[in-house]
Design a protein around this ligand. Sequence first.
Ligand code: ADP
Ligand code: GN1
Ligand code: MG
Length: 425
Amino acid sequence: YEISECLVGSEMCIRDSKESNFRFLFTKIFLLLYVTDDWSESIPLFHCQSSIINYQLNNAMAKTKEQLLNILDQFQLTEKVVSAEPFGNGHINDTLKVTNEKGEIKYVLQRINHLIFTNVDMLQNNIQIVTSHIRKKLEEKGESDIDRKVLTFLPTKDNKLYYFDGDSYWRVCLFIPNSKSYEEVNPELSYEAGKAFGDFQSMLADIPEGTLGETIPNFHNMEFRLEQFHDAVKSNVAGRLDEVKDLIEEIEKRAEAMCIQERLYREGKLKKRTNHCDTKVNNMMFDAETDKVLCVIDLDTVMPGFVLSDIGDFIRTGANTGAEDDENLDNVNVNMDIFKAYTRGYMEKAKSFLTPTEIKLLPYGGRLLTYMQTVRFLTDYINGDTYYKIHSPKHNLIRTKAQFKLLQSLEAHADEMDAFMSEWL
Ligand code: ADP
Ligand code: GN1
Ligand code: MG
């Protein structure tokens, strides 16, 4: 590639002069940086040791600081802002923290991945409905400090919910001060998280059917995810099948048993509800002092679906003793205390609206969402890594193996989990 522009962010970004994409060097880069006061003016001099990998870098840092400030200037901000820097570690959108002249973080700027959320209008409209619905509920309850308990998105100067700069879609929300999110939790925090996600579902339960769109159609539909997986296996575009034969077999063995929700729905025995659909442990802000939950965040996938999603994804992330992409599989197991604490908190808030069928299925939800994630990571690996951001060439395979190990651990604890539910049946 002929290099036409070079920026330094969390990764080294190199623009391919023939296309508008940024691509990045993933192997050893010896970077020599002539640093000036303003990083975007710095002159990077580098020596590349190895090959250039050919995948797209969807990274907001591929914008210069000046461009980012110009994007921010399109919104109705009340503070003068001076910088926007990477924040969080999501696999889809790009998140940046925005600071004012005093160095205080005031806003969160996000670039929406519109290759995945193809209907940005629907996406931002959904989020607007959800946040104003929650705000109203909190006001009715007489809550104080509401700006820290629900996300507040800022309109653009022409009163739109997002800004399109010609190639990307951007949104801005208020940064929640004195808050923190966790990548790992203990049972006490899990109990709080369970209550918060139960509350979240219950606050949204009266949004009339048809109000919220499906921002990603069939998002947590297991039958659909298996179809995508089968298509990937059939096409084998990246030539990676041989390497994953055993995993494919394990997925196939469980396929039928993992589609219970879709079958029950067809039989009229399960209904759809408004779910968060991304209840990862870090999608919740806690008060930095009291460790009480303030606010549920990352609202892109709030949509109608099956109820197990919101217990399942927390168990998959919060009750895993290892990381989602742990290379040491001995680290990966289910932590039963966290499962129990989350379930107890969630049931406190949700038992009034859950049906006995749903309650009985809750432990299955942990297995289902872990299985679904195994299938989704493996599908992406087989497809040549087109969906999730990856940080190394085998990242999706590493993730797949870690998720599968967690699934095996959840299977080994299935009876114990089912027995735990008897209290509510
Ligand atoms: P993603 O997971 O897609 O990167 P999130 O919306 O979950 O994006 O944000 C990433 C991280 O940024 C969160 O885990 C949280 O720590 C922090 N964060 C996001 N929004 C806010 C906010 N409004 N106030 C404070 N911190 C936030
Ligand atoms: C993605 O963006 P993030 O990291 O919150 C994904 C989730 C997966 C998760 C796996 C829109 O969430 O569904 O469970 O990665 N979001 C989308 O970590 O696909
Ligand atoms: Mg997130």
